[in-house]
Design a protein. Structure first.
Length: 353
């Protein structure tokens, strides 16, 4: 039997691992039980946001030291997803997901955590069918790892995916391979979109996801996918969160879908169903591609100074903070194929009442 635990730890900077180190030293958490870390850093969330890699390396070094193992071992056993951008009032923090041994299972389904790791992608595979297919396989593996048998029991799938840099584009060109785009920033959207469609395929939310649909056919999307692109990796790291039998503890997860950036009722619906103490909030955000929110014009897509993903994180973060009463929220920008256009999935982990 297993029990899921989630620690929410505030951080003072991208490299700040002191709160987790203190929890380990105090015996509050056994580092051997950590299977995933999801966090927000105060970088810009763009191609050149190196706070994500900085934070990831700092966490790997801490875990390797704590477990007396090589960094490569951490790569094999822990999925680390760092999302850049804490615009507005969003507060930088870490969500540490643990799987502990338990003597008996709860009577009802409880929070289940599974991880999946794809192979490294060649630059020309990013934003293409290869990434969709590998992600779908990784999600299926993560569900099996969590002991989740039904797609309906999956409430959030968090993925960290790669992007294209000029160096990676040139490397592909030297081999005679053509990448999906020469625009490094757009490659983030393509990678997020392909990964999200991989989730949708794995869970049966869409019957198929052709390559031509990536970042074009917005009618295809997942209600539970959350994907974040970064320069610090070449594979997809997948964390599946759901409820399953055979797990102990008092944690549960539920989700809803924000129809637009100001859909606070989605959060209220989840809270009413959970009914217990909030442990973590995870959400996606994007500027509505129509240029409007409920008939009112927005200018997020026309701002040449600040990218729309940064505006969207601040907007959705503020809306959710007003409902939750806390700014320590995981809000990730760029919701291509993650919920309906302009909206996005929202999940809350809480304690059973």
């Amino acid at each position: 039997m297993r029990r899921a635990r989630v620690l929410r730890l505030a951080t003072a900077s991208p490299q700040d691992t002191a709160p987790l180190a203190a929890a380990i030293k105090a015996g509050e958490v056994d580092p051997a039980t950590i299977v995933a870390i999801v966090g927000k850093t105060e970088g810009n969330g763009c191609v050149n946001d190196f706070t994500r890699g900085y934070a990831t390396l700092a966490l790997k070094l801490l875990l390797a030291e704590s477990l007396k193992c090589a960094l490569q071992e951490i790569d094999r056993r822990v999925a680390i997803v760092m999302s850049g951008g804490t615009e507005g009032g969003l507060s930088p923090h870490l969500l540490v997901f643990c799987r502990e041994a338990a003597a008996t299972a709860a009577a009802d389904k409880r929070l289940a955590i599974g991880i999946g790791l794809t192979r490294a992608f060649a630059p020309e595979e990013i934003g293409r069918t290869a990434q969709i297919d590998a992600t779908a396989e990784g999600v299926a593996a993560a569900m099996a790892d969590a002991g989740i048998t039904s797609p309906s029991d999956v409430h959030f799938v968090q993925i960290k995916c790669p992007l294209l840099t000029k160096e990676r584009i040139e490397e592909a060109a030297r081999r005679g391979a053509a990448v999906m785009t020469d625009d490094t920033y757009h490659s983030m959207a393509l990678s997020r979109g392909a990964s999200a469609l991989g989730v949708a395929v794995a869970l049966g939310e869409v019957p198929a996801a052709p390559e031509a649909a990536i970042c074009r056919d917005w009618s295809l999307y997942s209600n539970v996918a959350s994907t974040s692109a970064g320069v610090e990796l070449l594979r997809n790291e997948i964390v599946v969160l759901g409820n399953a039998s055979g797990w102990a503890g008092d944690l549960m997860i539920d989700h809803d879908v924000m129809k637009d950036a100001i859909d606070a009722d989605a959060a209220r619906r989840v809270l009413s169903r959970l009914g217990g103490e909030i442990v973590a909030v995870l959400a996606k955000a994007e500027a509505s591609p129509s240029g409007e929110i409920r008939g009112r014009r927005h200018t997020m897509l026309d701002d040449s100074d600040i990218h729309s993903t940064r505006h969207a994180r601040a907007l959705v973060g503020g809306v959710l903070a007003g409902v939750i009463g806390d700014t320590m929220l995981y809000v990730s920008g760029g919701a291509e194929h993650q919920g309906p256009p302009g909206g996005g999935p929202l999940a809350i982990i809480g304690k059973a009442p």
